[in-house]
Each structure stands twice: as structure tokens, then as C-alpha cells.
Write a protein that binds this ligand. Structure first.
Ligand SMILES: *Cc1c(COP(=O)(O)O)cnc(C)c1O
Length: 384
């Protein structure tokens, strides 16, 4: 095996920044408007246009966006929300912070997303909403999920933290479920440092969310400043400060100009991985079902039990070679906070995926040489 070819680690991901972000930040700072203002409006419009949703409400994270979404749907104490366990802990934390109970759905092992087949069995008279998650950017099978929700009179919040730019049956994620939440954390497709957004086609939900995101105030700071007359705000509900700042939105606007390029480059490298790994019986590369197009936010690979090394051993070997990896995705129901409050449950496909999956380096500025080094190192690790 070749010795380490690269100085420093090959990271799992890396933000795709250049002078565009630097320049727009300088302009924003010089404008004097650094809290929520005109750039947040522009960023909201850019996302709404991109996903074909009439409304977008920016927030300081996707976690806040999920919590607000559940709140505007009236989810509260005594309610149950069906959510996958094979997701980042924030999906279920948002439910718990509403005082509601997350009811965990198992996944389809081929897509790692909520399996619609098991969904109806989880519905009780307390069920208020379903939260499908588009795991690592691959859209959940929304048609059957939305159909069940409609039939059983349940609300839907889609956790699309990772899924900006992904498509379900020809439509972009963000314009399909009644509420969709995206993240702009650096691990996602585009980043604002920290940040999130809600998209919706409901004017009523959009209005309610906009009020809660900013202290429950009836009038935004921007519209007060832009008004020719004195405007006093009212506080009809209890809100939070979950606002995105103009500094973050400025970076987001610069990043939106690169989204197509990021999508294209991630797909190029992901398909290169797929090509090599699909011929190896120890590995199961990710796949896209008919009509569903992901964005390869992360490259999630399954290392099957027939490989010579376990997933954890592979991670260690790669680390020694200067290659960063992550375990695939967590299984929330196994975490102490959840076990202690909601008891032990068993989700066979979630637990298997939790043990067997690994996230490999994938970022737009990756080089073919870097990727080849990852591929060769992984091949060596699982066959010797
Ligand atoms: C990253 C992520 C979140 C949290 O997003 P933040 O913007 O960091 O709050 C929620 N759900 C999923 C599925 C995620 O991957």
C-alpha cells in the first residue's frame, strides 16, 4: 500500500468557500446591518424560488426550524410524532422539546429512510404528526407517507436538513410536504455557519412561524425600520429568538450561487465511489430508487458482515492512513436520554445500519487522487 500521500487529513467534508463569501461578508459588515434584515429576506426568497415553495422562514438552525414547525401545527404534551430513529438526534429532540413523544419507525434497509410499510401500525389516537427524514439527502418515499397522513388526518413536518437540491418524482424537496426544514450547518450541501429554514405552501403556517421565530412579535424589525410611520409591535404569542442574522444570510446567498456546481461535483465523486464499490461483495453502496434523486450530502456505505474487518476496524485503519470517516448515522432509540425516558425498543434494520454503515470523504473540491487514495485504502482494509 502506498504511504500517506497527502499532508494532513482527508476530511469527511469541507465547506466550499472562496472570495465570494469573503466579499459579501465585507459588504454586509460595512452596511451596518448584521442582525436580521434585508439579506435574510433575499435569502428566504432565493430558497423559496429554488424549491418552488411560496413561503420560506429563516431560522438559526434546522433544529429550531423543526421545533417551530411542530409548534405551529399544534404539537404539544400528550401528542405522539412518528419519526425514524436512524437520524441525527435533533429530529427527535425537536419532538421532545414540544413535550410530545417520538414514536420511532424502522427504516427500509435499501434507502435508510422511514419504511412506509410499517407506518400505519405505529399510529395511535395520540398521533399528531409524521416526520419523514431525507437521510443523507436521499428523499424519503413521500407519496405513501403523505397518503397515510392524509387518510389518518395527521400533519407532516419533513426533516430535509440534508436534502437541499434533492428531487422526488421530478419535484424539488421543499415544495412537497406541508412544512419542510433545511439545515445550513457546514456538514450540509450549502452552509451559513449555522442556520436553517422552513418552507411551506401555507400562508397561515408561514405567518405563525415568522412570529414565533422572533420573540412572538407581530411586526418584524425590518418592516418597523422600513416604515415611514412609527409602528409599535404586539406580542400575541410566546416566541423565541431563533432568528438567522444577515451575516449568515449573506454567506447563504453566495453559497446558493454555487449550489448547482456543488451538486454536480458531489455526484461526480459519489458515482465514482459507486462504480468501484458495486463490484465488491463486501460492500453495499448507496442506491437511488426509481424517481428519487438524492444530492449525496454524505456518502453512506454499508460494510457487510462478510468483510474481513468490521466497520469500526475499518474506521481505525483509515484514520491511521490520514482519512477521516464517520460512523453512518446514529440510532436515537439506543441513546441513554431516550432509553431512560421512553424505554427499550428494538428496530432491527435501524440497529443493523447503525453497526454497518460508514461515511466516507466527499466534498466538491476533492481531487481524483485523494479519492483514489481513499478507495485503495478502503479496499486494502476490508480484504486483508
Ligand atoms: C444536521 C441535521 C439536523 C440538525 O440541523 P442543525 O441545523 O444543525 O440544527 C437535523 N436533522 C437531520 C436529519 C440532520 O442531518
Amino acid at each position: 500500500m502506498k504511504e500517506k500521500l497527502f499532508s494532513g487529513m482527508i476530511p469527511v467534508t469541507r465547506p466550499y468557500f472562496n472570495e465570494t463569501e469573503e466579499q459579501i461578508l465585507i459588504e454586509t459588515i460595512r452596511s451596518g446591518w448584521v442582525a436580521q434584515g434585508p439579506r435574510v429576506k433575499l435569502f428566504e426568497q432565493a430558497i423559496a424560488d429554488y424549491v418552488s415553495a411560496p413561503f420560506a422562514i429563516a431560522a438559526n438552525s434546522c433544529t429550531s426550524a423543526l421545533q417551530i414547525s411542530l409548534e405551529v401545527l399544534g404539537v404539544g404534551p400528550g401528542d405522539e410524532v412518528i419519526v425514524p430513529s436512524f437520524t441525527f438526534v435533533a429530529s427527535a429532540n425537536a419532538v421532545v422539546h414540544r413535550g410530545a413523544k417520538p414514536v420511532f419507525a424502522d427504516i427500509d434497509p435499501a434507502t435508510y429512510n422511514m419504511n412506509p410499510a410499517g407506518l400505519e401500525a405505529l399510529i395511535t389516537e395520540r398521533t399528531k404528526a409524521i416526520m419523514p427524514v431525507d437521510q443523507v439527502g436521499l428523499p424519503a418515499d413521500l407519496d405513501p407517507i403523505l397518503k397515510i397522513a392524509k387518510k389518518r388526518n395527521l400533519r407532516v413536518v419533513e426533516d430535509a436538513a440534508c436534502a437541499l437540491g434533492s428531487e422526488y418524482k421530478g419535484r424539488r424537496i421543499g415544495g412537497i410536504s406541508e412544512l419542510t426544514c433545511f439545515s445550513f450547518h457546514p456538514r450540509k450541501l450549502i452552509t451559513t455557519g449555522e442556520g436553517g429554514i422552513i418552507t411551506t405552501d401555507s400562508e397561515e403556517l408561514a405567518k405563525a412561524a415568522r412570529i414565533i421565530v422572533s420573540h412572538g412579535a407581530s411586526v418584524s424589525d425590518l418592516s418597523r425600520h422600513q416604515s415611514a410611520k412609527i409602528v409599535f409591535e404586539e406580542y400575541p404569542v410566546f416566541g423565541y429568538n431563533f432568528r438567522m442574522s444577515d451575516l449568515q444570510a449573506a454567506v447563504g446567498l453566495a453559497q446558493m450561487q454555487k449550489l448547482d456546481e456543488i451538486l454536480e461535483k458531489k455526484r461526480f465523486f459519489a458515482e465514482r465511489y459507486n462504480q468501484v464499490f458495486s463490484s465488491m461483495e463486501e460492500l453495499e453502496p448507496p442506491s437511488e430508487p426509481e424517481g428519487i434523486r438524492g444530492n449525496y450530502q454524505s456518502y453512506l456505505l454499508r460494510i457487510l458482515p462478510k468483510a474481513k474487518k468490521s466497520r469500526d476496524e475499518v474506521m481505525n485503519i483509515l484514520l491511521e492512513k490520514g482519512i477521516a470517516t464517520r460512523r453512518g448515522v446514529m440510532a436515537i432509540h439506543l441513546e441513554p436520554a431516550y432509553r431512560n425516558r421512553f424505554g427499550e425498543i428494538h428496530l432491527p434494520e435501524t440497529e443493523r445500519a447503525f453497526k454497518e454503515t460508514i461515511v466516507l470523504p466527499l466534498y466538491p473540491q476533492m481531487t481524483v487522487a485523494e479519492q483514489d487514495y481513499v478507495i485503495e485504502s478502503l479496499k486494502d482494509a476490508i480484504t486483508f
